[in-house]
Design a protein around this ligand. Structure first.
Ligand SMILES: Cc1cc2nc3c(=O)[nH]c(=O)nc-3n(C[C@H](O)[C@H](O)[C@H](O)COP(=O)(O)O)c2cc1C
Length: 126
């Protein structure tokens, strides 16, 4: 059985993608929790941490929201390199590099038990 990694309150998982969802930046907490080296993450599509329990509709909503310039918030189940998983409370939004290239940034913290439970219920319906 795959095991859950429960985030501690201090963890802040940050990543940045280009316009197509290719990872351009990953902070230490992202590497540590997902179990990948920075070299493995940078240059890979962000769906490399996608967990099969996540409905497609959640990511369609994320992309529609950030591509229209807005801030997306949601509860996401991600998988780790060794087949475990971790839940996050994510906030994603568009940004630009100093040279004007489009970037999407996501910042993730520990969700509450209720947020996870509500997400499990919601995702069953999607
Ligand atoms: C800033 C940003 C952060 C993302 N973070 C995640 C993430 O943590 N986990 C995830 O599964 N998908 C994340 N995605 C969505 C992926 O790009 C992708 O759409 C999703 O994993 C579904 O994969 P698929 O498009 O191949 O079906 C993120 C996208 C953006 C723009």
């Amino acid at each position: 059985m795959s095991s859950e990694i429960e985030l501690s309150k201090e963890i802040l998982i940050v990543s940045e993608t280009d316009a197509k969802g290719i990872i351009k930046y990953a902070n230490d907490d992202f590497c540590k929790i997902a179990g990948y080296s920075r070299d493995e993450l940078i240059g890979s599509p962000h769906n490399m941490v996608r967990h099969q329990d996540m409905p497609k509709a959640a990511f369609k909503d994320l992309w529609d929201t950030v591509e229209s310039g807005n801030i997306w918030k949601g509860i996401v189940k991600n998988k780790t390199k060794d087949g475990g998983y971790y839940w996050v409370n994510a906030t994603a939004y568009p940004s630009k590099t100093p040279t004007g290239e489009l970037r999407y940034i996501s910042i993730r913290v520990k969700p509450t038990k209720k947020e996870i439970q509500d997400a499990i219920e919601l995702y069953k319906t999607l």
